[in-house]
Design a protein around this ligand. Structure first.
Ligand code: SAH
Ligand code: SF4
Length: 382
């Protein structure tokens, strides 16, 4: 895959390696403890710029602002849905590429405590070209850097959202935005390590999920390099004939290989793999597909997650109606498979990633804002 360099004037604090930061500080005659202080400070939920690092001397704050970017994201526009419980950001990067991330809050209900999910992008666009996916239809832009990946999480962690603080530790970061994370494995793995770093966000690997269309070598690398991260496989069909169309990377790694890699992951990490299945009316939701899926999912540590299709503009397909989903669920359960149905958060804000981006039709965020072509943000609740 070709890779374009990011025209960034300076490194972002989210990806700078602590040793380089320490060397930079040392060259300015600063004491050794400053590197930790800067890193921890820049990742605090109440800090929105270097200026807010009030425990540092003013000249040092100014020098940091000159030498480093506070974020690898240049500009962000947020739109909201579900009465402020779902918010979606379009982020503009230094070279004008745009990506999306989504914040979903689930308030406490009965015995279930509050949860927050942050959905992030791994690439600008995607080369896999699944025909039901807005990102896939828009084509591939470029790989994201580790900092650009981490800064999507930081965006929601910082004011006014402070999203990681509000769920009492019950939060997840999922690579289910734009892009195929395992086609950008080096940067995605580096981003996971940055997210894990206790001096930064300190997000445990078990709170992170990588979703893949079935990049087998990448799945095998996860076993060795990120065995505590959750793996989700976007299956969407139980025959190669149909999956070749719905998830074109299937022509390279067919179902058998993908399930084989999923089983290796489950066996070697002891973790349950999630099989994602987008329900498309009349296409992949028949009884035979359900029975085939039950055969693929039976007998190993996995569960099936059904997602009603969120149709992209002009799509020839629609989501399976509730009765069809129930029928599919019954067949899977009768086949001995654990299954959940995912809710369709944020439909009104085009929350299936790539859709809002498409709506901008080439305009920059500033231009779109001036033309009032973007809906407004919900009120952030801390
Ligand atoms: N490329 C990776 C991760 C990003 S896509 C992957 O495919 O797994 C994240 C999930 O959103 C995938 O399961 C994908 O199939 C699903 N998805 C994409 N477009 C969708 C749509 N229009 N409606 C519902 N789910 C969609
Ligand atoms: Fe890429 Fe995932 Fe969309 Fe397929 S569903 S085009 S793999 S982002």
């Amino acid at each position: 895959m070709t890779e374009l360099p990011v025209a960034g004037p300076s490194p972002a604090i989210s990806e700078i390696d602590p040793a380089s930061l320490a060397a930079w500080l040392q060259a300015r005659g600063e004491p050794a403890y400053r590197a930790d202080q800067v890193l921890r400070g820049a990742h605090r939920p109440d800090v929105a710029s270097f200026e807010d690092l009030t425990d540092l001397p003013v000249p040092l704050r100014e020098a940091l602002a000159e030498a480093f970017r506070f974020s690898a994201i240049n500009d962000t526009h947020v739109v909201g849905a579900d009465r402020g419980l779902t918010a979606k950001a379009v982020h503009e990067l230094a070279d004008g590429q745009r990506i999306e991330s989504v914040l979903m809050r689930y308030p406490a209900r009965g015995a279930a405590s509050a949860r927050t999910t942050i959905c992030i992008s791994s690439q600008a666009g995607c080369a896999v070209a699944c025909p039901f996916c807005a990102t896939g239809q828009a084509g591939f832009g470029r790989q994201l850097t580790a900092g650009e990946i981490v800064d999507q999480v930081l965006h929601w962690h910082r004011p006014p959202w402070r999203a990681l603080g509000d769920a009492g530790g019950h939060y997840n970061v999922v690579f289910m935005g734009m892009g195929e994370p395992l086609n950008n494995a080096d940067r995605v793995f580096a981003a996971v390590r940055l997210l894990n770093d206790p001096r930064r966000l300190g997000i445990g690997a078990r709170h992170i999920t990588v979703s893949t269309s079935g990049v087998v070598p990448g799945m095998d690398r996860m076993v060795d390099e990120l065995p505590q991260v959750n793996l989700a496989i976007s299956l969407h069909a139980s025959t190669d004939e149909l999956r070749d169309e719905l998830v074109p990377i299937n022509r390279k790694w067919p179902i058998r290989d993908v399930i084989g890699a999923g089983r290796r992951f489950a066996e070697r990490t002891g973790r349950r793999v999630s099989l994602e299945y987008v329900m498309i009316d009349g296409l992949n939701d028949g009884d035979a597909q359900a029975a085939g899926l039950a055969d693929l999912a039976r007998g190993w540590r996995c569960h099936v997650n059904l997602i009603p299709l969120n149709p992209t503009p002009g799509s020839r397909w629609s989501g399976t109606p509730p009765a069809g989903i129930e029928r599919f669920v019954r067949i899977l359960r009768a086949g001995g498979v654990t299954v959940t149905v995912r809710d369709t958060r944020g439909r009104e804000i085009e929350a299936a990633c790539g859709q809002l981006h498409a709506q901008l039709s080439g305009r920059s965020l500033r231009e779109a804002r001036e033309a009032r072509a973007l809906p407004a943000a919900p009120v952030a609740t801390a």
